[in-house]
Design a protein around this ligand. Structure first.
Ligand SMILES: NC(=O)c1ccc[n+]([C@@H]2O[C@H](COP(=O)([O-])OP(=O)(O)OC[C@H]3O[C@@H](n4cnc5c(N)ncnc54)[C@H](OP(=O)(O)O)[C@@H]3O)[C@@H](O)[C@H]2O)c1
Length: 239
């Protein structure tokens, strides 16, 4: 029997030159340039869903929408809705319904545990509440990514943070990583990094293949493929 297809996972993050995705206060990471923002929008424009952790939402209070006219037009030509579905992953479900995210013009889903879903299922903030996360870790991400594909979400862009990315990498559902190296040093042993969690022993570390590099001003855009992922298509190599 052939295995059910899972959604394709692409992580897109900006980090300081010393590998931090936020400062020690975990404040919103706004150190990327306009080119980096455009890059993130470009990646999001190719996605059916944008997935991020609850802590990222609590930090920013909003999500990034696609605003570039050419990207919106591209989505229209592909018969896609203007914005991908924004999926918040929160095991606790503890989110502030007053935060600005809930006023933004984006479709919203919540991915949570049975406990986290309580109180959200009958409310208008989320179009869909996916009770997919396990109350006791680990969550079965492979199954969730299969479920997302079955719901028509074949391409998922993961926009952070480090905790969520760590679980997804561990589960083997990430196929590509985009890292923008930004020209600043944040330092701090407690500052978040692209992949937090427990970390991998070196002999089990996910291995990457470098697909492209681009320098724009003082920023470097790195595009990696996970070696365990199915080999990239020509289109993915070009993107
Ligand atoms: N530079 C960048 O590009 C960038 C992008 C995004 C974020 N950031 C920064 O990253 C920081 C936030 O990252 P973070 O690592 O602290 O948090 P995060 O990954 O955004 O969110 C963590 C939360 O997500 C939920 N979650 C994560 N993994 C889960 C799993 N496997 N199952 C169920 N729920 C799960 C839990 O929510 P509950 O607590 O509700 O249970 C958890 O507490 C902020 O400082 C932000 O500025 C930077």
């Amino acid at each position: 029997m052939t295995e059910q297809a899972r959604a394709h996972g692409t992580v897109v993050l900006a980090m300081s030159a010393d590998g931090k995705i936020a400062d020690r206060e975990r404040s919103p990471a706004r150190f990327g340039s306009t080119a980096d923002r455009l890059h993130l929008e470009t990646q999001m424009a190719q996605a059916d869903g944008v997935l991020f952790g609850a802590e990222t939402l609590r930090t920013y209070g909003t999500t990034l929408r696609i605003t570039q006219p050419d990207l919106l037009q591209q989505r229209q030509q592909q018969d896609k809705f203007p914005q991908p579905i924004h999926i918040v992953c929160s095991s606790s479900g503890r989110l502030d319904p007053e935060c600005r995210f809930f006023q933004q013009a984006v479709p919203r889903w919540l991915m949570t545990t049975p406990e986290g879903a309580m109180g959200w299922s009958d409310r208008p903030e989320f179009e869909r509440v996916l009770v997919a996360c396990s109350p006791a870790p680990p969550t079965n991400w492979h199954q969730i990514f299969q479920q997302l594909a079955a719901l028509g979400l074949e391409k998922i862009v993961v926009t952070g943070g480090g905790q969520l990315v760590a679980s997804l990498l561990e589960a083997g559902v990430i196929d590509e990583i985009w890292l923008t190296v930004c020209p600043l040093i944040l330092g701090g042993a407690q500052s978040p990094t692209p992949v937090d969690g427990y970390g991998f022993p070196a002999h089990l570390a996910p291995r990457l293949e470098l697909l492209s590099t681009q320098v724009m001003g003082s920023e470097v855009f790195l595009h990696y493929y996970l070696q365990s992922a199915p080999p990239p298509t020509n289109e993915e190599k070009l993107n």
